[in-house]
Design a binder for this molecule. Structure first.
Ligand code: NI
Length: 552
């Protein structure tokens, strides 16, 4: 057995370390993934006014600020049984949905794409052929003139002539895992560059009703404060215009690129590369018509697509057997004498991430879980998008449970989120038209219960997010978060069960241990956010605080 350690994994948020044990033939036999940064934002929340929870919890992450902000406010509203006006929910959804689009596009093009696209190969592409190639995946491909591709080539060549590749330096260029033709590589590189502009514009959409981004300001306990924006037709128009532009990119670049990738990497998909244990979890959410929701809630075990269980929050548990906590002490003791980290062994503690389980099982959360559960529950909004993708790529549903498929699910999700936003916006306009302009529920804080508990389950871009708050003497007594990456990057526990990341790595064949591109691809496909993943107080309110940090 040989051990490959990648630390840190780059092009993600936060600090992730991966260790894989490979046998003589280069096949991964065991994997350990580790969250490397202790955080403890929950301790900061203790003793605070519950109405401030959102602003503080938003600081858990610099990327998922919006999700934690809303999660915390919703948990407090649940504790006080506050019923929101419809407009407040719609505005929160409009902010969240713009974030879904931003997060997914940035994840693919700027964090993950270079695991599939060889930048150096794109340099030998023919611009006219590239334009022809793009037509295979869409009738009207995004910015598809050969002069546009020539411009993209020029930009690349400038990097090369300067003696470095700028943002593209330090790739495993020329690796045998890269399967695209020079022209296909150029299509995706040109979209990488376009997506830089896209990032800026879609962030404006988040900020229109969020106040700013990251770290929005407009969600308050009881509703939203962006009342003037809601009532100003120009603001709503600006929002819709930005979403229309985004939708154009998603429909004519992002989704076609994912079809291109799914066809080019067909062998890898059919070999089930990157498949985890097939347990999927989705809480559902985002109401759009009557009781109908954008995402259906449900649970799948072991890729059994015939039986979908209902989601039951009572089945969630958390433990810390293999995480660096010991009773009420943080036990960061696995250090060598020189202060470097020892590599993980069979029984050692090896991560700051705790071990959430659903009915005792490790689960996968995220766009793939949402797409599978919603599709199998015959969601009328989602199913046509999934069917079209599978038809165009000649794939079946199980194929989505792979490294490439996880990305495809994310792109499919982005395309139906774009559709859903227009339905939402028109509902808001209709409410205003009929003089329903409520955005906030009135309450007297002094009259609310002094001692209470609340929780919120939200589907956010990276997966299922839960916030739990317990309030005593009108102050936060205890706080707990389980983020999407906590589910997916969980360490093993006393149960020895691998989490989704680890399970997806085992069985992988590594061509060249000095360039473990295969490992990066699998991990990136989950869109890790390690800043979000590390949390310190468990869901049952058991206090794990008062830390003594035993650093050397
Ligand atoms: Ni995050």
């Amino acid at each position: 057995m040989k051990k490959i350690v990648i630390d840190p994994i780059t092009r993600i948020e936060g600090h992730l370390r991966a260790e894989v044990e490979v046998d003589e033939s280069g096949v991964v036999r065991e994997a350990y993934v580790s969250g490397q940064l202790f955080r403890g934002i929950e301790t900061i929340l203790k003793g605070r006014d519950p109405r401030d929870a959102g602003l503080l919890a938003g600081r858990i992450c610099g990327v998922c600020t919006n999700s934690h902000f809303r999660g915390a406010v919703s948990a407090v509203e649940d504790a006080y049984s506050l019923e929101l006006p419809k407009n407040a929910d719609i505005i929160r959804d409009l902010i969240a949905m713009a974030l879904f689009i931003q997060d997914h596009v940035v994840h693919f093009y700027h964090l993950h794409m270079l695991d599939y696209v060889d930048v150096t190969s794109a340099l030998s592409a023919d611009a006219k052929q590239t334009s022809k190639e793009a037509h295979k995946y869409h009738k009207r491909p995004y910015r598809n003139s050969h002069t546009h591709y020539e411009e993209s080539l020029e930009k690349l060549q400038k990097f090369v002539k300067a003696g470095r590749l700028g943002p593209f330096s330090n790739g495993y260029w020329g690796h045998s895992e890269y399967k695209l033709t020079p022209e296909q590589n150029l299509i995706l590189i040109s979209h990488y560059l376009e997506a830089l502009k896209f990032q800026t514009n879609i962030s404006k959409a988040v900020a229109i009703f969020g106040g700013k981004t990251p770290h929005p300001q407009s969600i308050v306990v009881g509703g939203v404060s962006s009342v003037a924006d809601m009532l100003n037709p120009q603001r709503l128009n600006d929002y819709i215009f930005l979403i229309k532009e985004a939708k154009d990119f998603v429909d004519r670049a992002y989704l076609p690129d994912m079809k291109l990738l799914s066809i080019a990497y067909r062998d890898e998909i059919k070999a089930g590369i990157g498949r985890a244990n097939g347990n999927f979890l989705c809480s559902g959410g985002y109401e759009f018509e009557g009781d109908m929701k954008l995402f259906c809630g449900g649970v799948i075990y072991g890729h059994n697509f015939d039986e979908i269980e209902e989601f039951d929050e009572g089945k969630i548990t958390e433990e810390v057997d293999r995480a660096w906590y010991d009773g009420d002490e943080v036990c960061y003791t696995d250090l060598n004498e020189d202060g470097t980290l020892k590599t993980a062994k069979n029984e050692d503690k090896y991560s700051w991430i705790k071990a959430p389980r659903y009915d005792g099982k490790t689960m996968e959360s995220g766009p793939l879980a949402r797409v599978l559960v919603s599709y199998l529950k015959s969601n009328p909004l989602i199913n046509p998008f999934v069917d079209e993708f599978l038809k165009d790529t000649d794939l079946e549903l199980l194929d989505l449970s792979t490294t490439v498929g996880r990305n495809a699910a994310r792109a499919i999700e982005t395309s139906y989120v774009c559709e859903y936003i227009f339905k939402l916006a028109s509902r808001l306009i209709q409410n205003i038209k009929y003089y329903d302009t409520d955005t906030w529920v009135k309450y007297e804080f002094e009259k609310l219960p002094k001692q209470t508990k609340g929780r919120a389950f939200l589907e956010v871009p990276r997966g299922l997010l839960s916030h739990f708050v317990s309030i005593d003497d009108a102050k936060i007594k205890n706080y707990s978060v389980i983020a999407p990456t906590t589910w997916n990057a969980t360490p093993k526990n006393h149960d020895g069960k691998r989490g989704a990341y680890e399970e997806a790595l085992v069985g992988l064949k590594i061509q060249d241990p000095s360039k473990p591109l295969e490992v990066l691809k699998v991990l990136h496909s989950f869109d890790p956010c390690l800043a979000c993943a590390v949390h310190v107080i468990d869901a049952n309110g058991v206090e794990l605080s008062r830390y003594k940090i035993n650093m050397l």
